[in-house]
Write a protein that binds this ligand. Structure first.
Ligand code: BGC
Length: 681
């Protein structure tokens, strides 16, 4: 009798396994399923000072554990010691996907060690405008570079059996009014520029999760936009993971649930009530709840918390600190060098911090690095064997800028140098024989008006907690810089085509933003109109020189294979990033003069050594989105493949011929509801 009762109970209350999700869902009450769709919020046990950022709820009777969601992207943010890695922009400046995968794998290891189920990273919104406060978390102005970096990041994190979350989906390109802003954008620009990176990451790396953005897209909140979260993301790209909201600021639970937004974060009890009330009054279908709840469970059964694998609590922090320094050094960009760098061993140098900020290791807000001491530039330079002295020949002058969440940057005193910084820089250049400027910044700054003053300019961005060691390694020549710009440094802020529609001061903040520049973002604009820039996209110097030879392009069974041989023609070992820009044949849609379609980085080449880089792309990678036919199209003809050391320094070229036009039809989705006036060039 007792055995029989137990059997009945067991049947009514199954315990979750990887293969019985339907059975568990069938056993759960509507209230329980609604609660599964809403994060643990304030009830989240053991949550200290907002770290980790959120959770999913536990349901002990079904054996469903709580899982933790913690921020990135510059490392894991929990209340334990974690590595403060370089910002996303610096990782992208390395153009080194294997390095980014290695870094993200270290983050995955830390997440795993501290029982985090999902890392809320990478962030891959496009750098549409230099002033966006969160650009530091993101990779680039280019969708291919963003997408490839994000794929590498996702693969690295997920190699430890924890999930990555690509965010913020989509068009979260400014912080001003981010929770209400309506982004009004054409379908082509949306798909080619702003969604492409997400498409690449989803197709190549299968992230466990996607975080919807706060803002609206053509009249609807992205977190509630079914065409985006289900139509494009799942139906077109095949995403089969979990979609969550961004934190708080919800525009309505029911529409989000219907749109396929599976998890409300951080989760408020009121959201559970919203779901239940909507079902009661026939406004929400239980099938929508079941579908989303299934996805939450599909995520949970993958987590170490569910699999009974508690974290060690002891990641290899020492190893990761070394890796973070190596990663930072790989991404540091040398913008100018009048022969002063590398500094000679034993050189006496003065160190001046013009902005009086101390060393900027990362940005602020949810994308900041966790707590811990930051290595100063002086400490790192001394350790590299350089003597710090006031009476010196050379001055290392740092300019610091931090940026962060919920606020965009401004032109005076942030994009541009302050008056004080400028006069201190002038004084330093008059006092010392040679000055090296270190741009320790979270976003693009104006350089054109002062770059002639110093002998050298180094751009280490915000390179993480121990990033000063990487700066010292590059200054001392231990590492030969090989980073290249993942965005353009314009001459003037107003040169940027998005600046006409970006809130550069509080007076210009509007509740909507029109992306009138369309597809002409960053170098796509500058190279098409031939406008001079301060430093072009893809640019970066080295302590050695490289020669490009034997460019070849072949179309073989639908894959375009491009090869180039790179030779180190200088006297020190170094690495080179080669970029392939494609100029499309005329006859199809209007196109930018050139677009990045592939890139690769050599291994460390000794002087005189050569390497042949092989890059592959497909006809789909060449396609543009035609709004009139609602299809991706690659017209037939000759595609010029330009092998560049930057977007403005093309060293070799070869032609790929597409004999037949190709097209990939999709449904028309997310179209603007206003008559948007896009620029035509
Ligand atoms: C940010 C997200 C972050 C979340 C949790 C939000 O305000 O936009 O990027 O993951 O907070 O901290």
């Amino acid at each position: 009798m007792a055995a029989c009762a137990a059997a009945v109970l067991a049947a009514a209350q199954p315990v979750l396994r990887t293969d019985n999700i339907d059975e568990v869902l069938a056993a759960m009450t509507l209230e329980e399923k609604a609660a599964l769709l809403v994060g643990g919020g304030k009830e989240f046990p053991g949550r200290a000072k907002g770290l980790p950022a959120g959770s999913t709820r536990a349901f002990e009777r079904y054996g469903i554990p709580l899982t933790n969601l913690a921020d990135g992207p510059a490392g894991v943010r929990v209340n334990h010691p974690c590595t403060g890695f370089p910002i996303g922009t610096l990782l992208a400046s390395s153009w080194d996907t294997s390095l980014v995968e290695e870094v993200a794998s270290a983050m995955g290891e830390e997440a795993r060690a501290y029982d985090v189920g999902l890392l809320l990273a990478p962030g891959l919104n496009i750098h549409r405008n230099p002033l966006c406060g969160r650009n530091f978390e993101y990779f680039s102005e280019d969708p291919l570079l963003s997408g490839k970096m994000a794929s590498a990041y996702v693969k690295g994190v997920q190699s430890h059996g924890v999930g990555a979350t690509v965010k913020h989906f989509a068009v979260n390109n400014q912080e001003s009014l981010r929770t209400t802003l309506d982004v009004r954008i054409g379908e082509r620009a949306l798909r080619e520029i702003y969604l492409k990176g997400f498409e690449i990451a989803v197709r190549e790396a299968s992230p466990w999760a996607v975080m919807a953005s706060y803002n609206q897209l053509n009249g609807d909140y992205t977190q509630q936009k079914k065409e985006l979260l289900t139509g494009i993301l799942r139906d077109e790209w095949g995403f089969d993971g979990l979609v969550m909201t961004d934190w708080g600021f919800k525009a309505g639970t029911v529409k989000a649930v219907q749109a396929g937004n599976d998890l409300m974060e951080p989760g408020y009890d009121g959201e559970i009530r919203n779901i239940l009330t909507a079902v009661k009054y026939g406004k929400l279908d239980v099938a929508d709840i079941d579908r989303n709840a299934r996805r939450v469970l599909e995520y949970i059964v993958k987590t170490p918390a569910f699999l009974g694998q508690p974290g060690s609590g002891a990641p290899d922090l020492e190893g990761h600190a070394k890796l973070s320094i190596r990663a930072a050094a790989d991404g540091i960009i040398l913008l100018k060098n009048d022969g002063i760098l590398p500094l000679r061993a034993g050189a006496k140098i003065a160190v001046l911090d013009l902005s009086e900020k101390g060393f900027v290791a990362g940005g602020t807000g949810s994308g900041s690095i966790g707590k811990g001491g930051v290595t100063s530039l002086e400490t790192a330079l001394k350790k590299a064997g350089l003597e710090i002295a006031e009476q010196a020949d050379v001055a290392v002058v740092s300019i610091g800028r931090q940026a962060g969440e919920a606020k965009d940057r401004v032109i005076p005193d942030d994009f541009c140098l302050t008056e004080k910084e400028r006069s201190l820089l002038e004084q330093a250049c008059a006092t010392y024989r040679k000055v090296v400027v270190v741009l320790n910044i979270c976003g693009v700054v104006e350089t054109a008006s002062w770059k002639d003053l110093p002998a050298a300019i180094l751009l280490p961005w915000a390179p993480g907690r121990d990033g000063a060691f990487a700066v010292a390694d590059v200054l001392s020549g231990k590492v030969n810089p090989s980073g290249k710009l993942p965005m353009t440094f314009p001459v003037d802020y107003w040169d940027d085509p998005s600046s006409a529609n970006f809130p550069s001061d509080s007076a210009s903040v509007k509740p909507f933003v029109d992306y009138e520049e369309g597809i002409y973002v960053g170098y796509r604009y500058y190279s098409t109109v031939g406008k001079a820039v301060s430093y072009p996209f893809g640019y970066g110097l080295s302590y050695t020189s490289f020669d490009y030879s034997k460019p070849k392009v072949k179309l073989r069974s639908g894959v375009i294979e491009a090869r180039i041989t790179v030779k180190n023609t200088g006297s020190v070992a170094g690495r080179e990033v080669v970029q392939i820009y494609v100029s499309a044949p005329s006859g199809g849609l209007e196109k930018p003069a050139r677009e990045l379609k592939a890139f690769a980085k050599t291994r460390l080449l000794a002087p005189g050594e050569k390497e042949t880089l092989v890059m592959r792309l497909t006809p789909y990678d060449l396609a543009s989105y035609n709004e009139a036919t609602s299809a991706w199209e690659s017209p037939a003809g000759d595609y010029q493949c330009l092998f560049g050391a930057s977007s403005e320094d093309i060293r070799a070229s070869a032609v790929a011929r597409l004999k037949k036009p190709q097209s990939w039809p999709v449904k028309r989705r997310c179209a603007p509801v206003i008559d948007l006036k896009e620029i035509r060039l």
